[in-house]
Write a protein that binds this ligand. Structure first.
Ligand code: ZN
Length: 139
């Protein structure tokens, strides 16, 4: 059982799709002339935030907290739920890793962009996605 805490309150009911950094990134990607599809389940139950089907490129925008960004992820867990938070984040990371692997095995390329990268410089983040769409495939 989770013990309700003030810290947990703002995390409840968070949207996991169409978050602000996600929307900003795909607008910036679109501005570079790249076309994407949203929330398409590509492999198993894994559905990236958006995909560039032409490049078989799966894009995830990872929240700094939930995906434990090296700069902004929690380093020390405190309070009555400390162990649960720790387990939950470790599970999230393991799931990210499994999803990456499943996608790669199915011939997809994977790019994960941190929420904070988008906040800092959305254009640079979009260019990181663009970098994986080169060279042009002739099909
Ligand atoms: Zn971060």
């Amino acid at each position: 059982m989770w013990t309700p805490t003030a810290e947990g309150a703002h995390l409840r009911g968070r949207r996991t799709k169409d978050t602000k950094p996600e929307v900003e990134l795909r607008h910036a990607v679109h501005a570079l002339g790249l076309r994407y599809r949203l929330h398409r389940t590509v492999v198993g139950r894994c559905s990236p935030d958006f995909v560039l089907p032409r490049w078989r490129l799966a894009v995830f925008v990872d929240g700094c907290f939930w995906h434990a960004c090296p700069l902004h992820g929690p380093k020390v867990f405190r309070g009555p739920n400390a162990e649960r938070w720790k387990d939950k984040l470790a599970m999230n990371q393991a799931r990210d890793e499994r999803n990456n692997q499943a996608l790669r095995e199915a011939g997809w390329n994977v790019v994960r962009v941190w929420e904070c990268e988008v906040r800092l410089d959305v254009h640079a983040a979009a260019q990181r996605v663009e970098a994986l769409t080169w060279p042009t495939l002739t099909d």
